[in-house]
Ligand binder design. Sequence first.
Ligand code: NDP
Ligand code: F7E
Length: 348
Amino acid sequence: MDTNSKIYIAGHRGLVGSAILENLKSKGYSNIVTRTHKELDLSNQQAVANFFEAEKPEYVFLAAAKVGGIVANNVYRADFIYENLMIQNNVIHQSYVNKVKKLLFLGSTCIYPKNAPQPMLENSLLTDTLEYTNEPYAIAKIAGIKMCESYNLQYGTNFISVMPTNLYGPNDNFDLEKSHVLPALIRKIHLAKLMSESRHDEVLKNLGVSSIEEAKAYLSQFGVSENSVEIWGSGKPKREFLWSEDMADACVFIMENRSFTDTHNKDDKEIRNTHINIGTGKDISIKELAETIKQIIGFNGDLVFNVDKPDGTMRKLTDVSKLNGLGWKYKVDLEAGIKAVYKWYLKA
Ligand SMILES: NC(=O)C1=CN([C@@H]2O[C@H](COP(=O)(O)OP(=O)(O)OC[C@H]3O[C@@H](n4cnc5c(N)ncnc54)[C@H](OP(=O)(O)O)[C@@H]3O)[C@@H](O)[C@H]2O)C=CC1
Ligand SMILES: C[C@H]1O[C@H](OP(=O)(O)OP(=O)(O)OC[C@H]2O[C@@H](n3cnc4c(=O)[nH]c(N)nc43)[C@H](O)[C@@H]2O)[C@@H](O)[C@@H](O)C1=O
């Protein structure tokens, strides 16, 4: 890529897409094409074909997807498989048709088996059964990897897949039901602190409701009160968290420096494993995460673990030796990242 290359970021207003946009701008890239979901529904085959034909992007970052936390994945199973397959089929296929020079497909580490050996190497893919709560989403992501790999092998395209660990940062989704654990806990613990300090105006503004009774009724559904915050599951699962701006930097690094032939296992006659893990290689338990957030926000109440909610995979630590070997390493530690995203949240 050079700074005049025409680059399309699909999903440029999301957690990762917005960070990719900022990263590219900071590096002097000036010919960036974007469309909101409302302007271009990527699940619409004809609309995507028309867009690619008209715009002819040279490089594509595919960061648009149907995304959510463990409960959203488990409840909206049909939406997660349908929308993700549609978006990625349309964007990847039209990138081939319109001779895109390089495409980066964003998968997820949930593609690996539920009980994969830890840390998880890229070649754990398709070696065992998946975690049930996010199986439809994971199967869509696996289809995306195989689509990139298959187009590369049959048509000589240069489509690279990356498998990020759990991400967090500015522009994340803070919805209490549908978001991932880190933004959910920031918002829940922040609201509990406001309640404990009787800062009711701020609670009403945060929730968009008009009375404190309404706010309390809503918060009780999520186990949030002035005294305590509910944490889903046992608190024992471990997760690895990567700052979204580090994730964006890794994506741009790979697009600038690598091609798909660098990332497949050349000794493997079936040419598998064209994807790369992106993470820190460090994880912590959900209980430790909740305690860290509680301490950063300054809430003095209790954390109550609700084991009726799913734990999901007990551990999914990435092996990042392939990425580190290519020359990239993360920068932002978890505690600094939580402080930064909390600061961002307070201003948003
Ligand atoms: N967040 C995480 O922890 C992880 C994310 N990933 C992957 O990273 C990628 C980015 O995720 P993230 O940034 O968190 O997601 P977000 O939900 O923050 O953003 C998704 C973006 O996709 C766009 N989008 C969704 N559906 C459509 C559609 N039908 N047509 C057009 N645009 C659409 C949204 O557009 P709009 O804003 O206009 O509505 C939004 O900008 C995804 O592939 C995800 O699977 C992987 C692992 C972890
Ligand atoms: C990125 C990844 O994200 C999803 O997988 P996940 O890692 O299990 O996602 P999560 O962030 O929602 O939960 C992590 C852990 O945290 C616990 N937990 C506690 N309390 C809350 C809570 O309040 N909200 C949420 N969401 N989780 C909570 C929760 O019970 C679980 O044990 C995939 O579906 C898939 O989308 C994917 O690829």
